[in-house]
Design a protein around this ligand. Structure first.
Ligand SMILES: [Ca+2]
Ligand SMILES: [Ca+2]
Length: 251
């Protein structure tokens, strides 16, 4: 019996591997045939041994296997996050690179007028759009940022200070928008709007914007934009400081 049992154990997995899709009953039948053949051979080789004995098998008794596979350690791939905005605190010396500005007032290009020493969230300076003295202003401050490859998250974070002489908090007269654009000037987020009706006037407030589908812009150059459009009465400014663009990218 010892010899027969060894053969039986070997036949079970072999038949199951040969017929991986066969019904369990068919496999059991083939196993039984194999066992009978094996015991007959064993008896022929060793006629002195006990006569063949047939063993009833449960169909699933030999169909459960345990495979011991080598363990392979797979290191986790982590995204690295860095701030790629430059001079986000507006403290660097002139010419204030890399911030650039355009405006519709008489001074032409306004890189200098978009930097203010009137107030700062940190340090001595901040960026400013709008005007504390002029009405009917449209101006914009932009920084171009090159996104790395394999971007997974892009978040613009900034502090802003709404300084307005408007007293109406129900109707929008002076409007500021903060967004992220392509180099063609196409907004790729819903811009955040701050206007004379917004809360938090006369105080530094932190805001952030997540770029949706950030991976689609991997390797592209984008614009961080701060814009102002004011009406013909009661000037307004928006000061911004500590601007960062946190970009998380896979290696
Ligand atoms: Ca500053
Ligand atoms: Ca106004």
């Amino acid at each position: 019996m010892q010899r027969i049992q060894i053969i039986l154990v070997r036949l079970g997995p072999s038949l199951r591997r040969m017929l991986p899709l066969a019904p369990a009953g068919a496999v059991a039948l083939l196993m039984a045939i194999g066992i009978i053949a094996a015991t007959l051979i064993s008896h022929a080789v060793h006629p002195e041994a006990a006569p063949p004995q047939y063993v009833a098998l449960a169909p699933t008794a030999d169909l459960t296997y345990t495979a011991n596979l080598p363990m392979v350690a797979v290191p986790a791939i982590e995204a690295r996050c860095t701030n790629i905005a430059v001079n986000g605190g507006f403290e660097a010396a002139a010419p204030w690179h890399p911030w650039t500005g355009v405006a519709n007032t008489t001074s032409g290009v306004y890189v200098d007028t978009l930097i203010s020493s009137v107030r700062a969230h940190r340090g001595a300076k901040s960026g400013r759009v709008g005007s504390s003295t002029l009405n009917g202003v449209w101006n914009e401050m932009v920084q171009t940022v090159p996104l790395p490859a394999n971007v997974v998250i892009t978040t613009l974070t900034y502090w802003r200070y709404l300084d307005t002489t408007e007293t109406d908090t129900a109707t929008v007269y002076d409007k500021f928008t903060v967004g992220i654009e392509t180099e063609q000037g196409i907004q790729i987020v819903t811009p955040q709007q701050i206007d004379n009706t917004s809360s938090g006037r006369g105080a530094w407030v932190q805001s952030s914007i997540d770029l949706p589908n950030a991976s689609a812009y991997s390797g592209q150059r984008l614009w961080l934009s701060f814009k102002a459009a004011t009406d013909s009465n009661l000037p307004s400014s928006l000061y911004v400081d500590d601007v960062s663009l946190t970009v998380c990218a896979l290696p």
